[in-house]
Design a protein around this ligand. Sequence first.
Ligand code: ZN
Ligand code: ZN
Length: 353
Amino acid sequence: MSLDRDNLSFILEGIKQVKFEDRPVPEIIDRHDVLVNVKYTGVCGSDVHYWEHGSIGQFVVREPMVLGHESSGIISQVGASVKTLKVGDRVALEPGIPCRRCEPCKSGKYNLCIDMAFAATPPYDGTLAKYYRLPEDFCYKLPETMSLQEGALMEPLGVAVHIVKQGGVTPGSSVVVFGSGPVGLLCCAVAKAFGASKIIAVDIQQTRLDFAKKYTATSTFMPDKVSSEENAIRMKEENDLGPGADVVIDASGAEPSVHTGIHVLKTGGTYVQGGMGRSEITFPIMAACTKELNVKGSFRYGSGDYKLGIELVSTGRIDVKALITGEVKFEDAENAIKDVKMGKGIKTLIAGI
Ligand SMILES: [Zn+2]
Ligand SMILES: [Zn+2]
């Protein structure tokens, strides 16, 4: 396949049907827009889910859609009013453009915008193309010390920063993180950077737990096939958690994790749902009520999350390189999706053109 085309894009047409197509190069529309030559894109569970099922919840792929949203790149064009970036700058892309006018936007929670245009969420095209257009304030210049590969990890790191902030993790906190995929691992890393003293990684795969322990978790926990209450009791005992953990983060979306998480929290503890699994599950509502738990959601990232992620990486407090376990050429994008589907490695990057 020749890559020598204007804006070659990796497109999902239908379930497990992809193609490469030369799309028009996006034009600078707003004076604050920039055009980015995309250099690296991480494969996300959501890309795999759209490829496999053609939808996520109410988001259904009805028209061919460019996949990808975890990207970094180089600025190739800037609008007339752009002041913070210039051609040649290396940037991490924050791939969701809020309306800036709705009530959540105006109250500062633009991640909850009611009219968000988010990359690779139908009907909006993603970043797996040669070029992608964004407003300048959604491109974050990478410090000299950071590579473009690390830049592509700022999207999942932004998700993790937002989750850990939602959890209110402070120095000395005990934190349990369910799920040791990329976001769960990054939550462990952010919790460590925030000063948590106990970080317990929970997963049902020993290889993932081994990695989590080597990475940033202070201990790991493999659930037994017993009740969630019994697993919670063993977790408290093994980790000397006394009355329970301060913060629980679910980055798995699995129902048993939610149950165990609620039971392992101390009274007044905070539970954050970060993982997306089935849309409805049973929930230990009595425990949540009588322990006066703070139960919160977490969705994407908001103001300051990318900035903090970049600072934590560029100052050496978080290592994202360790999570990059594969890199494929642009023309092999579908193989990268299949690898992630089969659970190969932790984070696979697709190189740009
Ligand atoms: Zn993602
Ligand atoms: Zn809005």
